[in-house]
Each structure stands twice: as C-alpha cells, then as structure tokens.
Design a protein around this ligand. Structure first.
Ligand SMILES: NC(=O)C1=CN([C@@H]2O[C@H](COP(=O)(O)OP(=O)(O)OC[C@H]3O[C@@H](n4cnc5c(N)ncnc54)[C@H](O)[C@@H]3O)[C@@H](O)[C@H]2O)C=CC1
Ligand SMILES: O=C(O)C(=O)COP(=O)(O)O
Length: 623
C-alpha cells in the first residue's frame, strides 16, 4: 500500500485513500479549485484505483477531534457552555448553588402562571421541576432550546415523555433521594389509619374524650400487600417486617427469588387482593396501573381492608373508593396523592370522609429528601449538559454508550451511511436493518452499541427523508422512525459478501424501499477512520471515505466511459477530488467519486443521459 509519496516539488504527499501499487500507475497533481476543474484529464489515461480496500489499517493519522465527535455533537454542540436553567416548584436552594458552582446560570421562579411559563421557557436549556409543573406538549412546543428536563423526584407522569423525546429533549429523574421519606409517610399513614389517629385528634380538638369510638387494630400478624416492590415498596416491606407483619407483593419486574430474599412473597394480583389485610401502592402511574384499584378489584378484597396510596392519584379510582368507604368494605384509606392536584371541589365528599386520612402530596416533603433530590438533579443535569454522564435519563437508554470516545468513529460512519442510503434511494425507505460485526476499542456487537449505531444511522437517514418534519437527533431518531412507520431491526449475520473479509469491524445498513427494492452499504473503521467497504453485492469494492459530496453510478466497464463522465463534470466546472472504481467480472462497474462543492440537477441529468452509465446518484455527506 502507498500511504505517502515523496515528491521533489511538494515534499511528502499523503495518498488518500491508501493506494495499492498496481503494475502501472500514473501520478498527477491537480488543484482543488473549479478554475482547474477536470485538470486530471489533461494527464491522459487515468489508471483507476481498484481493489484497495481489503487491507486492515491498525493505525491512522486521523484524530477524533478532526473527525468531530458525532455523539457529542448530536446533543452537546448546540448546548452553550454555560447553560440557562429554569428552577420551578420550590426546589431546594442547593440546586441553584450547584448549577452556579458548575458555571451555569439558574433562575428560580416559583410563582409563574402557565402563560408566564410559556412566555419564558424558550430561553432555557434545562428545566428543573417537581410534581406541580406539567410538561405538556404546549409547553414543550415553546421550549425551543430545551435539552434536558430534570425531575427532582421519581414520578414523571407530569411530563409528556413521548413528546419530549420527539423534540430531542432528555428527561431524567432522581430516584432514591426521597425513598426513605416516602416510605416513612406510607408507614405513618398505615399506622394512622389502623389506629384512627386523625379522627381521634379531631375529636380531642373539638373538646371530646371518646375512648370507645376509636378502637383500632394491631399490625402484628396481619398481611400487608405491597403493590410495586421498587425502592419505596421494598423499604416499606422491610419496616412492615419490623412490625411482625406478613409481607406479600406484586411486581412484574421483581424476580421471585429476589423478592424471597427481601421477605416478600410474590403472588398474582387476584391473590394479593384476596389475602391482604392492608394494601399499600408503590407503582408509577402508567396505563397498566391507572384505576388498578377499582370496583372490581375492591370486590375481591377482604371486608375491612385498609388501603394506603402514597404513589400516584389515578392508581385508585376515587369514586370506587368512596363507595367502598361508605359501604364499609374498605375500613379506611389513607391518601397522599390524588387524580387531580389540588383536588377539585367535587372530591370534597371523599376528602371529608371520617375514615379517610389525607395529606397534600407530602411523601417527599422532608428537609432531607428535598436536599437529596435537588442536589442529585443539579449534578445529573450539569453532567449531562457537559457531556460527562447520563445518570437518571429515562427516555434514552444509550446516551452513555454514545458518549464513549471509542464509539465516535462508528457513529460518524453510521450517520454518513444513513445519509447516503436516504439520498441514493429512489423512493421512501420503509425498512432499515443493521448488522454489526467485531470492533476492538468499542465492542460494536454489544446490544447498547447496536442501539446507538442504529439511532445514528436513522439520524442521518431521516435528515434526508422529506416526510420527516422534525429535526432528527440521536435522542429522537428511534422515536421518529417508529412514528413514520419505518421498521428497524438488528441482525447478527455479517453481509454475505463480507464473510471471510479481513475487516476487524463492519457496520452494514440494509434498506428496503417502498417499491420493494433493497440496498446495502457497509463500512468499517480503520484505526479511527471511517470507510465505506461494500455497496450492495458488488465484489472488490474499493474502500472510500464517506465525506463531502459523492457521486456514484454504475457504468459499462470499458475504456472511455468514466472519461465521458469526467468530461461532463469538467464542462460544468465540477472538480473531482477522489475517484474509485469497483469492478466485477462480466458486470457493470461501480464508480464512486468525491467532488468539490455541489452538483446541479442539470449536470446529474446529463450524466444520467450517458448511454453507458446507469443509476447516477449524489449524496451530501458533509458533517
Ligand atoms: N407521594 C410522594 O410524594 C411520592 C410518590 N412517589 C411515587 O412512588 C412511585 C414509586 O417510587 P419508587 O419506589 O422510587 O420507584 P421504583 O421505580 O423504584 O419502583 C416502582 C416499582 O413499581 C413496579 N411496577 C411498575 N408497574 C407495575 C405494575 N403494573 N404492577 C406492579 N408493580 C409495578 C416497578 O417494577 C418498580 O419495581 C413513583 O413512581 C412515584 O409515583 C415517589 C416519591 C414520592
Ligand atoms: O418524587 C415523586 O414522585 C413525588 O411524588 C414527589 O413529589 P414532589 O416532588 O414532592 O412534588
């Protein structure tokens, strides 16, 4: 292989792509300007570069900074060094201190109307909220600079996560910081309901002394059901065991043996309802948990059951609960959360029910929990805005992998293959299949790496898909692809043509067009340098750097055909900087050239009109 050639006039010239010395070569130096467009032709016969690619390059002079960091670029380049953060919902001051220490600007606004919030949200790169602010599609539409929403707490049901994802906004929460406080409130409410403390308190304050009226019950020996055995549920389980309660539970994500180690006997919901003396809810509010406690489930419960909800309003159907309290089926209930907060006037009957204990969403309202979540959210958001870590991100699982330096060349390659696939396709792409193979510094066969690569391919592809109305990013491209009905898949098998190839890593992107046509492009990273190594089933395809504007066509493999193309380009003052030809016995050749600047549709039609040339396409692969 030639990498550089000594020239008396120019010193060392780097040869790019690396050039395998054939029997005869003709070397000429051209000027990369339109003034000298086509000067290569004046040197006469051009010996075409062929079969260069099947050689591994273990090192490359190209640096990552020269390549540009695709992953970081996708999220951070647009973020200013000093981000502007809006802190809402009475967040603890430690949050602002951390943003300021880290060189960011934080504004605290605790009394904004929805209109006022809509008016200013566009100025901010980040927003910190608790449960009061609703991140609705309307708000997100106005949050044109938003990069990350930080929930200082656990529940994200007040954030339209799908819409945030579509807009390329990361959503993060801070689970853990308020676990102890919320579990403590759940146990407090349990005890309050079991011993009727609030009722007795009201009676005493009314000047009464009613010792017989408030008979309660012991927790010892009773069965408590934990629905949702995550952080809070597990802590409640541990403390309930301290009261000598028998703990049963339901959580589809918790393995049975892990539950057994925690002393929780897992069972299906109908058994949970039937066996429990006390039920405490600790799931997020999701379509699965909405109205989980309803007329039907209450009917399956023991008479006199006590229900506690410190998780989310909406998990209990409030009408069903009121009926059950009135009938005595539910002996008492304790609520910290409501389907609408603050609860409307229509909830009065429930809230004033003598056997309902209620608190105004206080689970996380302790000094300790508020400092914890405010500190965690600020650190997490700073780390993310600075591209250092992605802790707590709930809507995109692969950001940390996308940020690894070793992934950057693969992401550049993936994005450019995606761009190329979209631009050379004659109709809409309906399916995209990814195959990855090998990798050294980065294991591109790992599931998370494949997700990053696929998202990056789709980011590039959607940029050139006219049906895509939202700017694609690493964050939203999987979501947008799904929304646009583009089916994506990951396959383990290497492309048939590349079996036994010497490449140590390969990314292949197979696409299917709406008319059923299929295309495949493979690339490989040599050292840190992305290269295209395969297009469709073309054997002996020359490695080609996917950069700048490239023109590609199939042509009859005979003297003068490429020359005709070059002459057309010369006439249009288009300078050809790179040119490779892949040949295949008895078939059309595949010519790929890198040109300076743009090529007009008119010139493209002229190339297309050449009788020995077929399927001319152009792709802009600039960063
Ligand atoms: N009242 C308050 O101030 C607070 C309320 N919360 C609420 O508590 C919830 C739980 O918080 P953490 O324990 O920290 O979250 P977590 O994520 O650690 O635990 C939630 C558990 O619920 C389980 N789950 C999900 N869907 C389920 C279903 N359909 N049935 C049964 N289990 C299901 C999950 O597998 C997970 O184990 C939060 O989502 C939030 O809504 C959290 C903090 C404070
Ligand atoms: O963390 C949660 O999910 C909570 O519900 C706490 O809500 P808050 O931050 O106190 O409004």
């Amino acid at each position: 292989m030639f990498f550089k050639i000594k020239s008396h006039t120019f010193g060392f010239l780097f040869v790019s792509p690396p050039f395998q010395p054939p029997s005869t070569i003709l070397l000429c130096v051209t000027y990369p300007s339109s003034e000298h467009a086509g000067i290569v032709l004046s040197c006469g016969r051009l010996r075409l570069f062929r079969d260069l690619q099947r050689e591994r390059r273990e090192s490359s002079p190209m640096s990552l900074s020269k390549l540009g960091l695709a992953g970081r670029r996708a999220f951070h380049a647009a973020a200013p060094r000093a981000a502007r953060i809006l802190c809402l919902d009475n967040i603890d001051p430690v949050c602002v201190d951390i943003f300021q220490e880290r060189g960011h600007h934080a504004d605290v606004k605790n009394k904004l109307s929805v209109e006022q919030l809509h008016g200013i949200i566009g100025n901010y790169d980040g927003m910190v909220i608790r449960s009061a602010t609703k991140a609705t599609p309307d708000l997100l539409a106005k949050a044109t600079n938003m990069k990350v929403i930080g929930r200082a707490g656990v529940g994200i049901d007040n954030i339209d996560v799908a819409e945030a994802t579509r807009k390329g906004v990361l959503v993060m929460n801070t689970p853990g910081g308020n676990t102890v406080s919320t579990a403590q409130l759940a146990i407090s409410l349990l005890c309050s309901a079991a011993r009727r403390i609030p009722e007795a308190d009201i009676s005493m304050k009314a000047g009464k002394w009613e010792r017989k009226k408030f008979m309660g019950q012991e927790l010892k020996g009773k069965t408590i059901a934990i629905v949702g055995c995550g952080r809070i549920g597990q802590m409640v389980a541990k403390w309930a065991q301290g009261f000598d309660m028998e703990v049963i539970g339901f959580d589809p994500a918790l393995p049975k043996d892990a539950a057994a180690e925690l002393g929780i006997q897992l069972m299906d919901l109908p058994d949970v309802w039937a066996k429990a003396d006390f039920i405490t809810l600790h799931t997020p509010l999701t379509p699965d948990t909405q109205d989980l406690v309803n007329d039907e489930s209450i009917a399956q419960m023991k008479d006199g059951v006590i229900i506690v909800n410190c998780a989310r309003g909406g998990i209990i159907n409030e009408d069903a609960l009121l009926k059950a309290l009135n009938s005595g089926k539910v002996a008492s209930a304790a609520l910290d959360v409501y389907s609408s907060e603050p609860p409307p006037e229509s909830s009065r009957e429930l809230l004033q029910h003598p056997r309902l204990v209620c608190t105004p969403h206080l689970g996380a309202s302790t000094e300790e929990a508020q400092v914890n979540v405010a500190r965690d959210v600020a650190v997490q958001m700073c780390d993310t805005l600075e591209g250092k870590a992605y802790t707590g991100v709930v809507n995109v699982s692969y950001m940390a992998v996308a940020n690894e330096p070793a992934m950057q060349p693969y992401m550049i390659l993936a994005e450019r293959i995606g761009k190329m696939q979209a631009q050379i396709s004659s109709s809409k792409v309906v399916k995209v299949g990814l195959r990855t193979y090998g990798g050294k510094a980065a294991n591109i066969e790992a599931n998370s790496a494949r997700q990053v690569i696929l998202a990056t391919v789709m980011k590039g592809l959607l940029q050139y898909t006219k049906e895509c109305k939202t700017a694609p990013s690493l964050i939203n491209s999987p979501f947008l692809s799904k929304e646009m009905g583009i089916e994506t898949s990951i396959d383990d098998k290497i492309h048939a043509v590349l079996v036994n190839s010497p490449y140590t890593n390969v990314i292949t992107v197979d696409i299917t067009l709406e008319d059923g046509e299929t295309h495949s492009i493979s690339g490989s990273v040599f050292g840190e340098e992305p290269n295209l190594v395969q297009i469709d089933n073309h054997r002996s395809f020359p490695a080609f750097k996917p950069e700048g504007t490239i023109v590609m066509f199939r042509n009859e493999d005979r003297a003068g055909v490429v020359l005709q193309v070059l002459q057309e380009l010369e006439a249009a003052e288009v300078n050809v900087g790179r040119l490779n030809v892949g040949r295949q016995e008895g078939e059309l050749a595949l010519t790929i050239m890198g040109i300076d600047g743009e090529i007009t549709p008119d010139v493209m039609s002229k190339l297309g009109a050449l009788s020995a040339v077929r399927e001319v396409s152009v792709a802009n692969l600039s960063a």
